[in-house]
Ligand binder design. Structure first.
Ligand SMILES: [Zn+2]
Length: 145
């Protein structure tokens, strides 16, 4: 993973990152049951969503929990963006980090508009904030050299 990260250029998924619900176990705001939240919820209201890494759009779909969602693949890393209002890219497109890929919204099962953002590495969900932090740290370090 370190090598992939070192070679990657990363961008934040939104201009401003405000976490409204963290990664991990939580009480589902709708069902009231304990569940595993496989990503983070970020404050967004019909804002532009950016690709965090270069990659290929694997799918854009509608799913009952995440609403309109995009998954973007970069090697063994998949980033997933949910509750979108509008897609700005198509499946199979190749996108660059920082490219606008969607407009966030409130589709799917949720209480208020936000962006759901997940990162999967080797088919396992990892904490997306730690992931972004690790990459940004590496990128900044490289820029200083
Ligand atoms: Zn979520």
């Amino acid at each position: 993973m370190k090598t992939i990260i070192a070679l990657s250029i990363v961008c934040l998924p939104l201009k401003l990152l405000t976490v409204t619900s963290p990664f991990g176990y939580r009480i589902n705001p709708i069902s009231g049951k304990i569940e595993f939240h496989n990503g983070v919820d970020l404050r967004a209201k019909y804002d532009t969503v950016y690709a965090v890494l270069n990659g290929i759009v694997r799918s854009e779909c509608y799913n009952s929990s995440f609403g309109m969602a995009i998954s973007l693949q970069n090697g063994e890393i998949t980033s997933i963006y949910g509750h979108l209002d509008k897609f700005l890219v198509n499946a199979q497109d190749s996108v660059r980090a920082g490219q606008p890929i969607a407009i966030s919204g409130s589709t799917g099962r949720l209480t208020a508009a936000h962006l759901h953002f997940s990162v999967r590495y080797q088919n396992r969900y990892i904490n997306p904030l730690n992931f972004l932090y690790e990459i940004l740290k590496t990128t900044n370090h490289e820029q200083k050299l």
